[in-house]
Design a protein. Sequence first.
Length: 298
Amino acid sequence: MQNSSLVKIGMLNVAFISLLAVGVTGCAEGKIESDLQQSLSDIDKPKQEGEITEKSKKAIPQTEVDSNSQQSFSDIDEPKQVVDITAKLKKVIPQATIESVSESPISGLYAVEVVGNGIIYMSEDGGHFIAGDLYRVGPNGLSNVTEEKMNTVRAKALLSVKQDQMISFPAKGEEKAKLTVFTDIDCGYCRKFHQEVPELNEMGISVSYLAFPRAGIGSSSYDKYVSVWCSSDQQATMNKAKQRQPIEPKTCENPVEAQYMLGQQVGVNSTPNLVTESGELIRGYVPADQLAARLGVK
């Protein structure tokens, strides 16, 4: 293979596919996850956690990578190559939903976007794949090219969500940055983050919530988020719920399931997970002042 300066993380033989199992985890601690700690979620999840239902497919438009904005990867022009790579992967992982196939920076290695599981890499002969991130070694150190590609995927996916489908806390005065936050009503670090939302708003940072009940569809956390969504004052009810105050149970047509599925599609596996306008995923609670600095807000 060419470009030997590229570091390949996690080369696995196809025979070890059964070892890939990282499910939805708990409430993320107060740190930004290192680029070297990204993990691949379990491909064979129960329907309620990992399989996008027909209803959810309609609510979550499938995304594609914009090749014009992603220099590390290029779309494959020959349909036969796409068909061959797709067929080879489906043979060993029949339940996988493949979103796209593109050439990676390494000759003979292809990047395959799998719905709900991010990006994996497969050799042209179908004999090996990499379950993990691909890094480029440059003059300034390591660069995670897998995450760069996922940033594009996430940014485009979130653009498909209308603002009125989120529970939003807008910036005060001039808006300087936006954050989309996947949250769980019962997550302790989500509550800690929510306490600092007014401070973020004062600094010009808008916060918009999407639902990600870690326990899954139909859980107590799921029902609480539905109740918040269906309330007459979503912001006030969210404040109460985040303070562990009782809220009135309500039901109505809601986007909670679709948002949970969307989170899985773009690599969310814990809460809180914050997504910037560029699609960067920040895992876990980060103090407001540090978050503002990371967003370039003074």
